[in-house]
Design a protein around this ligand. Structure first.
Ligand code: NDP
Length: 283
């Protein structure tokens, strides 16, 4: 049996550390980190995410603000709110919960956010700086994966890392984060020829395709570290990852479960980015 990477526990450890640092920041410098979340429309999944973020803020002692806007909100109105938050000294980080309704241009919204307050790490400034060094903020899910590897003291330097999935929010930023730490990185997608041949090379295999249990045991190298980012709801209601977990356990040395692996790390990293944002903006 591989070691199970307990994202729920690590996420709680990170939050406990953030709560302590927040208390110190408040006591020593009178700063309370503030996070605002804007939700446009009534997508049920987005509402759950926003509630989770608000509760997490409360738990670590942050100020939290929430903007719930109707789905017919104009892009101009949304840009006005963003402009206000860019100037709001109580708010150190904020995000617009994606996806936004179709009449709103996602790029225009993300680009309007002050990069120092872009705690999702999606602004082109932060994305570009991830390539050249020292972004203000890094995308939360890949940052959470790096945190899990580090907390389990998994060596990254010199390792063959294979990422399945090249989205802007997971696969692409993760390429740079692993490369920065001296892994040899390969990224796969729907046009990759002979996917199993590539994944079998991986000493660190990250599955972020959003395809239930597509990574079978025979696609995994013996002793690989397997990180499953996928969150897929089956018709039966069961939640599964992109990795066939029981099969993978026959081969992996470490593995993240779904749920309770990468999932809980995303909000923890959002809180950490917000705490960092509060420190940057006080300088
Ligand atoms: P996207 O749909 O944006 O991207 C999926 C990527 O996987 C694409 O690059 C696609 O390739 C690739 N892909 C899909 N099918 C295959 C296949 N059969 N073989 C090889 N590559 C494939 O997804 P996201 O990155 O947004 O999310 C991926 C998964 O991670 C989802 O299950 C999502 O729910 C989960 N997720 C979890 C988070 C968390 O834990 N907090 C946060 C974000 C996402 P191509 O580019 O060629 O289309």
């Amino acid at each position: 049996m591989p070691a199970i990477i307990d994202g729920k526990k690590i996420s709680q450890d990170v939050r406990d550390e953030i709560r302590e640092k927040t208390l110190r920041l408040k006591g020593e410098r009178g700063i309370v980190p503030g996070l605002a979340v804007i939700l446009v429309g009534d997508d049920p999944a987005s509402q759950i995410y926003v509630r989770g973020k608000k509760n997490a803020c409360r738990e670590v002692g942050f100020l939290s603000k929430e903007f719930r806007l109707p789905s017919d909100t104009s892009e101009t109105k949304l840009l006005d709110i963003i402009d206000g938050l860019n100037r709001d000294h109580e708010i150190h980080g904020f995000l617009v919960q994606l996806p936004v309704p179709e009449h709103i241009r996602t790029d225009a919204i993300i680009e309007a956010i002050d990069p120092r307050k872009d705690v999702d790490g999606f602004h082109p400034y932060n994305v570009g700086k991830l390539f050249s060094g020292n972004p203000y903020h890094r995308a939360c899910t890949p940052a959470g994966i790096m945190e899990l590897l580090d907390r389990y003291e998994i060596e990254i330097k010199g390792k063959e890392a294979v990422i399945v999935g090249r989205s802007n929010i997971v696969g692409k930023p993760l390429i740079m984060m692993l490369l920065e730490r001296h892994a040899t990185v390969t990224v796969c997608h729907t046009r990759t020829k002979d996917l199993p041949k590539v994944t079998r090379r991986a000493e660190i295999l990250v599955a972020a395709a959003g395809k239930p249990e597509m990574i079978r045991g025979d696609m995994i190298r013996d002793g690989a570290v397997v990180i499953d980012v996928g969150i897929n709801r089956l018709d039966t209601g069961k939640l599964v990852g992109d990795v066939a977990f029981a099969d993978a356990c026959e081969r992996a040395s470490y593995i993240t479960p779904v749920p309770g692996g990468v999932g809980p790390m995303t909000i923890a990293m959002l809180l950490r980015n917000t705490l960092d944002a509060a420190s940057i903006q006080d300088k």
